[in-house]
Each structure stands twice: as C-alpha cells, then as structure tokens.
Ligand binder design. Sequence first.
Ligand code: SF4
Length: 260
Amino acid sequence: MNPLDVYKKLPRKNCGKCLSGTCMSFAVQFLRRLVTSSECPELDEKGKQEIDAMLTDPGDWKERRLQELFEEIFNPPPLAKGAKGGKGGLSGIAEGIGALAEGNSLTIRYLGKDIIVNPSGFSAELNIMDKLLILMYVKTAGSKPLSGKWVAFRELKDGLIRSESFHEACELSLARMFGKDPDGFIQKLRGLGAQDASGFSAKHSLVIYTLPRVPFLVLLWPGDEEFGPDCKVLFDSTVTDYIDVEALLYLGMSLVRAVN
Ligand code: SF4
C-alpha cells in the first residue's frame, strides 16, 4: 500500500481542516499511523471504512498494548530469586518520573492536566494514544536529572530516521496554527502551562512540560513576504531516558491536538 492509494480515496479538497494540512500529507501520515480516518471531517463513513481497510491492523494493536502495559505496571511478575530489585515499586518509579504515588495510583501531569491512573483506568477522558503515551512513560521509568541542554529531534538516539516525520506532523502543524492566529495560539500554549524561555533568537520561545520530565522548547518565528511562519521544537538531551523517539513523535502529535 502506498500513500497514492489512500490519497485517491480521500475527498482531495485540500481544505486544511485536518492537522495534516493537505490530503497528500494526510495520506502519508495515515499510513504511518500518525492520524486516523476520523480526523478528516470531509470523509463519510464509507470513505473511512475504505481507508481503514487499507491498514492491516487499524487499531487493535493499541488496545492490546494498553492492556499489556497495565499488567506490566500494576501487576508485574514477582522477581526471580537472587534477581536485583526494581525501582522501589510504584513510589520509586513515581519519584524518578516526577509523578505522585498514592497506594496503587499515580498522579501525572500530562499536557497541563493532572491525570490519575490506577489498575481501574484513567481519571479523565483521553484518547487511546494519550493513554498509551502516559503508560509508556511510566513503564520506561526514567530517573536521570534533566541536563538543561536542548537538542533537536534528529540528534536524539534513533532520532534521525523519524525526524522528518516529527517535522511534518508536529513542527509544520504548529507553525501553521501560529501563522493563522499568533496571539490565540500563544494563549493556548500558555493554557497548557507553557512558560517563556530566554536566550533564543525566536520571536516566541516557550517551554511546555508535556510530561513531568519531557519538556518541549517551542521556538516560533512569524512569517514575512518571503517565508511563512516557522516552528522548531527542541528537547532536553535526557529525553530518551524517559520516552523513545517513536513515542516522542506521537507526543508531538498530541501537543498539536491539544492546541488545535
Ligand atoms: S480534512 Fe480531509 S479533505 Fe481536508 S485536507 Fe485534510 S484530508 Fe484533505
């Protein structure tokens, strides 16, 4: 299956109502599982079913992985005799990832909201990718202190192969939204807890903690007669101790959805 096959089934209006901005970009991102058929408001039910059928496994893997993560986090197998201990159970993990543990519950700040997660589920309505991201962050159980050194996606471990996807799915989408309504966009970022950062050449430099140990430094430049608006996102150099680049790519998409 290639993006052209998906593109042919799309309304091909290039209306920009989806986060991808154009139908061809949507088709590419759809096959990479960065967007779902329901994110094109111009597609009718039949169209959604047709493009979903082009994916071999459109959504079940996410549900399966979610259940596995719940088991691995809240019901881990007992340690083998003589094996070294874990990270001090949930409270040890919570300390490392900047969460709060109480009994069998964790409270984690995610995109500006406190989310409680325990074996029964989540305290807030979240889409499945958000749930997966929070549980993957807990499961990775990072604990390195943040370095304060900002690096680009492509400089991260395994970042080079996914940096173009991150640019398309996150930076270009943020730049587009900023260009449409600069003040409104900055207000939305602030609503998620973004704080001004200094020392950068961009018109706006803001740090937003998507997860307690995963800050995004968002740099924004307005457009001029020659060039459109631009956005660059940088990460603390320790970020892959907390979340891998694949999950970071989805986290970027979740930030885009949160400010859209
Ligand atoms: S919303 Fe649908 S029709 Fe509009 S640009 Fe996106 S994919 Fe194309």
